[in-house]
Design a protein. Structure first.
Ligand code: PLP
Length: 327
C-alpha cells in the first residue's frame, strides 16, 4: 500500500527546458521509502490532475530554451566539482556581479531626486520615453564626444540586457543572427524566444551563425565563414573571454556589415575597462553609423546591476532596407 505523499515544487532553470514541466500538483514524493533514506519522485497519472488550467498555450519558443543554458550549467558543474573536491579553490566564470558599492556622489543625488518627488515642485509624472534630455546629452558628450553621435541618438533604459531583448522585438522573428562563440547568452536566448531559431541540437540552435572566437584566431572571428546573417551581435571586451577587438578588427567588421547589408549590435558593457588603444565604441570606426547600434550599461562601471541603468545608441544614419530609420 502506498504511504502518504507530499508535493514538491519545481524551482530551477530546468523549469524552462523542453518537456521538463511537471506541475507541482502532479509531482509527488513517495514517503513510504523514507525509512530507507530513499526519496522516490513519481509522476501521478493525468487522471489525478485537478488543477485548473487556462486556455493559453505555452509559447513554443520558450520550450526550445535549454536546460543546458550556460549559467545554470556552469553552476551545476561547479557544484559537482566541489562535491568531489571540497577543498578546491574554484574560479567561477559563471554568472558574475559587481563587488564595489555605488559611489556616494551617485546615491546622494538619487536620494535627493527621490525625495524631491514628494514635493509639488519636484514631482514629475511619466518621463520622456527616450530618457531625460539632460542624461542623454551627458552620455553623448561623455562617451561619444567628437564621434558624431548626439543626444537624440541616445535612448536611456533599464539596462543593456533589457535593450538586447527589445532590439530583437524590433527586428522580429524573420532575421538571422550571428554571435561570437563563446558569448554572453542574452543574444541567443532573446533570439530563441523571438522565434528566430530552430531547435537546439548538438549544443547549437539551428538558424544562428556561431562565430568561433578562440586563441587560434586571436578571439576575432573569421568573417568569411559567416554564410549569411542579418544582425551580428558583437561584444568587446567580450564576455566571457575578456578579449577586446582592435581598431583594425572592428574596421573589418564594419566593412563586412556594409558589404553584406547587415546590422551590428555592438555591446560595450565593459568598454570602460579598456586601457590600451582598442576602441571603446564602435562609432570610433569610420562608416559605423550606417551599420551599427551600440548598447551599453552603467551596471559594470558604476555598480548599477541592481539599480538598472543603461543606454542604446541608434544613429539617424542607420536605415532599414526600405529606407525607414531604425531609431
Ligand atoms: C556583455 C554584457 N552585456 C550586457 C550585460 C547586462 O547589462 P545590464 O546589467 O545593463 O542589463 C552583461 C551582464 O553581465 C554583459 O556581460
Amino acid at each position: 500500500m502506498n504511504g502518504p505523499t507530499v508535493s514538491v515544487s519545481l524551482n530551477s532553470p530546468q523549469f524552462l527546458a523542453r518537456n521538463s514541466f511537471i506541475s507541482s500538483s502532479k509531482l509527488k514524493t513517495d514517503t513510504s521509502r523514507r525509512s530507507l533514506g530513499i526519496c522516490k519522485c513519481v509522476s501521478s497519472p493525468p487522471a489525478e490532475q485537478t488543477a485548473y488550467t487556462t486556455k493559453v498555450s505555452r509559447n513554443a519558443n520558450m520550450a526550445k530554451l535549454q536546460a543546458g543554458y550556460l549559467f545554470p550549467e556552469i553552476a551545476r558543474r561547479r557544484a559537482a566539482h566541489l562535491l568531489k573536491y571540497p577543498d578546491a579553490q574554484v574560479i567561477s566564470l559563471g554568472i558574475g556581479d559587481t563587488t564595489e558599492p555605488i559611489p556616494d556622489i551617485i546615491t546622494n543625488a538619487m536620494a535627493e531626486r527621490a525625495c524631491a518627488l514628494s514635493t509639488v515642485e519636484g514631482y514629475s509624472g511619466y518621463g520622456a520615453e527616450q530618457g531625460e534630455k539632460k542624461l542623454r546629452s551627458a552620455i553623448a558628450s561623455a562617451y561619444y564626444k567628437d564621434l558624431g553621435i548626439d543626444e537624440s541618438d541616445i535612448f536611456v533604459s533599464d539596462g543593456a540586457k533589457c535593450d538586447i531583448s527589445r532590439l530583437q522585438v524590433l527586428f522580429g522573428s524573420s532575421v538571422k543572427i550571428a554571435v561570437q562563440d563563446p558569448s554572453y547568452p542574452a543574444y541567443v536566448d532573446s533570439s530563441v524566444i523571438m522565434g528566430q531559431t530552430g531547435l537546439y541540437e548538438n549544443q547549437r540552435y539551428s538558424n544562428i551563425e556561431y562565430m568561433r572566437c578562440d586563441p587560434q584566431n586571436g578571439f576575432f572571428p573569421d568573417l568569411s565563414l559567416i554564410s549569411n546573417a542579418d544582425v551580428i551581435f558583437f561584444c568587446s571586451p567580450n564576455n566571457p573571454t575578456g578579449s577586446a577587438a582592435t581598431r583594425e578588427q572592428l574596421t573589418q567588421l564594419v566593412q563586412y556589415a556594409k558589404k553584406t547589408g547587415s546590422i551590428i549590435v555592438y555591446d560595450s558593457a565593459y568598454a570602460m575597462y579598456i586601457s590600451d588603444d582598442c576602441p571603446r565604441s564602435i562609432f570610433e570606426i569610420d562608416g559605423a553609423k550606417e551599420v551599427a547600434i551600440e548598447t551599453s550599461s552603467f551596471s559594470k562601471y558604476a555598480g548599477f546591476t541592481g539599480v538598472r541603468l543603461g543606454w542604446t545608441v541608434v544613429p539617424k544614419e542607420l536605415l532599414f532596407s526600405d529606407g525607414f530609420p531604425v531609431a
